[in-house]
Design a protein around this ligand. Sequence first.
Ligand code: UD1
Length: 351
Amino acid sequence: MKIVTVIGARPQFIKALPVSRALQVAGVDEFLVHTGQHYDQNMSGIFFDQLGLPKPRINLEVGSGSHGAQTAKMLERIEAILLREKPDWILVYGDTNSTIAGALAAVKLHLPVAHVEAGLRSFNRRMPEEHNRVLTDHCSDLLLCPTATAVENLRREGVTKNVHLVGDVMLDALLMFSEAAARQPTVAEIDADERAYYLATVHRAENTDDPSRLRSILAALERLPLPVFVPLHPRTRKILKDLPPGTFDSRCIRIIEPLGYVDMISAVLRSRAVLTDSGGLQKEAVWLGIPCITLRDETEWVETLQDGFNQVVGASSTRIIEACARLPQTREPQRVGAGAATQCANLLVAR
Ligand code: UD1
């Protein structure tokens, strides 16, 4: 069996890791295509160098651009590969422009699509990711859902065939590396004691491209009682560079380079709390037993909200500061997963 897997953005390298391994065990010939959506060494190369994910057989090098231009370039180049390789499946992950491009190129050629992380919804149609999710799900032939909520979301949209609850492949990835991360020291840039800092990430368009939301988040972070380390996505870095000097206090908000996967887990594990607008990091914090504050108005990962362990507060300074004042205690990390990657591989091979 031959599968063409399309990945391109940082979280997809992590999701693909356990699934690629499971496919290898199952004897599948996986042809890994990197769209080139992410291309900096610390947004892409580092994940292949450090995690043992097979190197992509091809990199389409689409780079950055407007949504239309970026997706169109991917679509054209993926189509050429699919015509040549004639795979049994096209496998896509998550909700990025690389996801929708892979799915769309495949269905136009009548090739079957499998979607890992199917069924997630924020119900916020202003998010580019929400369109990518809905459109990919509605043209997929195998829908691999991480949560029961995702299965229910699909059912409400009339998608019930070939829907499987497999669990979360990001948990599989985390369990592969969390013990190593606990053993290794935190990166030198985080020069604070264990539980004496917060870890924050901000990269969502809804926060970075809205100056009032970004300012409000920064105003909150600099007023927190502990320093905040921010491994910064290049999108946000470019925006912050254009702000007038003194917009935020760099003694409180400590900008550092984006971290590799194991360094990031290690940094989360020792933090007092995580503040983020990322989807994956919300789950990783909760699985690692670290309280999370979500800098968005909603979350797709409603399971993380139990017991107030993840608090969704948006970009309001007051709400961010209040949430930090009522953080739950850290707790033991989760140590077992559902074997989601193996289930994905088995379902692909079975059809
Ligand atoms: C994309 C996904 C988002 C995901 C995120 C993970 C879409 C619509 N969004 O957002 O769902 O959470 O990846 O990180 O697909 N840039 C660099 N170097 C890089 C990559 C990006 O400098 O290696 C800069 C460029 O200025 C680029 C900007 O970041 O224009 C945005 O990159 P892009 O891939 O368009 O979207 P992300 O914000 O990364």
